[in-house]
Design a protein around this ligand. Structure first.
Ligand code: ADP
Ligand code: ASP
Ligand code: MG
Length: 439
C-alpha cells in the first residue's frame, strides 16, 4: 500500500477540538500512516505559541528564575489540552519529568523541543499510534547540518512493522549527543525526513491556509492560490519569506522526487497546492508564480576604479566576511562596483565594524558605504524567463507606486528577480507587484 506522511503545524494542534478534527482527517485515509506534529500554536491572535512560552521559560530560568513559575504557562496549556481531549493520560507526571529535565539540561534547544515532544506523546495516545522520539532517529553532523543518510536509515528501522506512528517535529540529536532543534518552523523539515525515509507516495503538509498563495495573505486580501509549483520555485519563495513551508524542507523530498501537498486542516476539502519536480509540473499559465520578501538587510557598497581587472578582488572581500562567519545573500556587481547584501542580524555585536575595517585593509576601496534597513522582495516564476517585458512590467509597477529601488539582482536561474527597497516601502512594493501580475 502507498504510504503518506502527514505533518500538522501549530495551528492544527492548537486545542483539543482541532486535534479531534485532525484525528478525523487521518482516519479518513488508510494511507495516512506516519504523522509528524508541531507544538501547539496560537488559539487566537493574541495567544502565544507553546514554543514561544518554552523559550520564555528558558530565558527566565537562565536569569536565575524559579523553574516552577517559568514552566507554569506551558503546564497549563498541556493540562487543558488533555482535558479537552478527554484522554486517560497522566499528563502531570510527564510534565513533572519535563520540568525537571529542563532544569537539569540547561539548554535552549532542549527546552524549545519539549513542545513537540509533549504534543507528540498526546497525539500518539489520541490515535492509538506508536510514539517515536525524534532524538532517536533524526541526527545532525558536526557542522550542525542534518545527517540525512543516518536519519533516513534510523527512521526506516524504527518504523519496521509499525502500523501507525507519531513523531515530534523540530528536533533531533546533535553530534554531541544532545537534543538540537532546526530553525523556527523546522517541523516541516522533520516531516520531509520521515517522508523520504519511508519513500512516501506523498508528503502532506497540513496548515491553516488552503495552499501556497501567490503572496503573503497578511499583506494582500485573499491572494490567488498556486495550484502547482516546482521545488525550485518553492525554494526561492520560501527562502525569501513565504514561510508557509520551511525553506529547507524540500531537500529530503526533492532528491527522491516525492511530491508535497499543502492542505488546510480547517478546510480539508479544499484542493491545496501540489509541489512537484519540474518533470511533472504543469505551468500555472501566469508569468509570475509568486512574490515574497523579507525585511532587515544591510547593503555594503564598494567602489574601486579598475576593480574588474584586479585579480582576486571579490575573493578578498568574501574572505573578510568568511573570517567573521557571516554569509552573504546576494552580491550584485558592476564593472567597478560590488554590493554585499547581508541579513542585518548577522552583523550585530560589532561584526559590521570589523568587516568594514577588514575590507578597507584588504582591498583599499575608493568608496565604502553602508545602507541599512533594506527589504528584499523576490518575484519568482518559470514563466519569467520566456516572457518578454517581465522586468519592464515589474519595474513599471514599482515606479508607479513611487518606490525607489536600491538594489537589483536577477538570479542566474532566470526564475527570479530580487529588488531591494527601504523597509518602509516593503508592504507597498509587494502590493504593487501583486497587483501588476495577478489582478
Ligand atoms: P504551521 O504552524 O502550520 O507550520 P505557519 O504559520 O508556519 O503554519 O505557515 C502558515 C502561514 O504562513 C499562513 O497562516 C500565512 O499567514 C503565512 N504565509 C506567508 N506567506 C504565505 C504564502 N505565500 N502562502 C500561504 N501562506 C503564507
Ligand atoms: N514549534 C516550532 C516553532 O514554533 C517548530 C514548528 O512549528 O515547525 O518554530
Ligand atoms: Mg510552519
Amino acid at each position: 500500500m502507498a504510504v503518506k506522511v502527514c505533518k500538522f503545524g501549530g495551528t492544527s494542534m492548537a486545542d483539543g477540538n482541532v486535534i479531534k478534527n485532525v484525528k478525523k482527517i487521518i482516519e479518513s485515509d488508510a494511507e495516512r500512516k506516519f504523522i509528524v506534529v508541531s507544538a501547539p500554536g496560537k488559539r487566537y491572535s493574541a495567544d502565544k505559541k507553546v514554543t514561544d512560552l518554552l523559550l520564555n521559560c528558558y530565558a527566565e530560568v537562565s536569569a536565575c528564575g524559579d523553574i516552577k513559575a517559568a514552566f507554569a504557562p506551558v503546564r497549563a496549556r498541556f493540562v487543558s489540552l488533555v482535558k479537552e481531549l478527554e484522554l486517560d493520560f497522566d499528563i502531570n507526571s510527564v510534565l513533572d519529568e519535563t520540568e525537571k529535565a529542563i532544569a537539569a539540561e540547561k539548554s535552549e534547544d532542549f527546552t524549545a523541543s519539549r513542545g513537540e515532544y509533549l504534543n507528540a506523546r498526546i497525539v500518539a495516545k489520541v490515535l492509538g499510534a506508536k510514539f517515536i522520539d525524534a532524538k532517536d532517529v533524526i541526527f545532525f553532523d558536526g557542522n550542525g547540518a542534518l545527517d540525512g543518510e543516518k536519519s533516513y536509515k534510523a527512521v526506516a528501522e524504527a518504523l519496521k512493522g509499525v502500523e501507525r506512528a507519531v513523531f515530534p517535529g523540530f528536533y533531533g540529536t546533535g553530534a554531541d549527543g544532545k537534543v538540537k532543534t532546526f530553525s523556527r518552523g523546522g517541523s516541516d523539515i522533520s516531516g520531509a525526513i520521515v517522508a523520504r525515509a519511508v519513500k512516501a507516495s506523498l508528503y502532506e503538509n497540513w496548515t491553516d491556509v488552503s495552499g501556497f498563495l501567490a503572496c503573503d495573505p497578511r499583506l494582500v486580501d485573499c491572494p490567488k492560490r498556486i495550484k502547482t509549483i516546482s521545488y525550485k520555485e518553492l525554494r526561492e519563495l520560501s527562502y525569501m519569506g513565504a514561510n508557509v513551508l520551511h525553506a529547507d524542507s524540500i531537500f529530503p523530498v526533492r532528491s527522491a522526487n516525492i511530491p508535497v501537498k499543502i492542505k488546510n486542516t480547517f478546510r480539508p476539502e479544499d484542493d491545496g497546492t501540489s509541489i512537484l519536480p519540474i518533470s511533472r509540473y504543469t505551468p500555472s499559465g501566469t508569468v509570475v508564480t509568486g512574490v515574497a520578501g523579507k525585511k532587515n538587510f544591510t547593503v555594503i557598497f564598494i567602489e574601486k576604479s579598475l576593480m574588474n581587472s584586479e585579480v582576486g578582488f571579490m575573493g578578498k572581500v568574501l574572505a573578510v566576511l568568511a573570517k567573521e562567519g557571516v554569509s552573504v545573500e546576494h552580491v550584485p556587481s558592476g564593472i567597478d562596483t560590488m554590493s554585499l547584501v547581508i541579513e542585518s542580524c548577522a552583523l550585530e555585536g560589532g561584526k559590521l565594524d570589523k568587516i568594514l575595517a577588514g575590507i578597507k585593509s584588504q582591498v583599499k576601496p575608493d568608496v565604502l558605504r553602508v545602507i541599512e534597513n533594506i527589504a528584499l522582495i523576490a518575484t519568482v516564476g518559470h514563466g519569467m524567463s520566456s516572457s518578454v517585458g517581465t522586468s519592464a512590467r515589474l519595474f513599471g509597477a514599482i515606479a508607479g507606486a513611487n518606490i525607489n529601488v536600491k538594489m537589483i539582482d536577477q538570479g542566474s536561474s532566470e526564475i527570479n528577480i530580487v529588488v531591494g527597497v527601504s523597509n518602509d516601502d516593503y508592504e507597498k512594493c509587494i502590493k504593487a507587484i501583486y497587483k501588476e501580475f495577478f489582478n
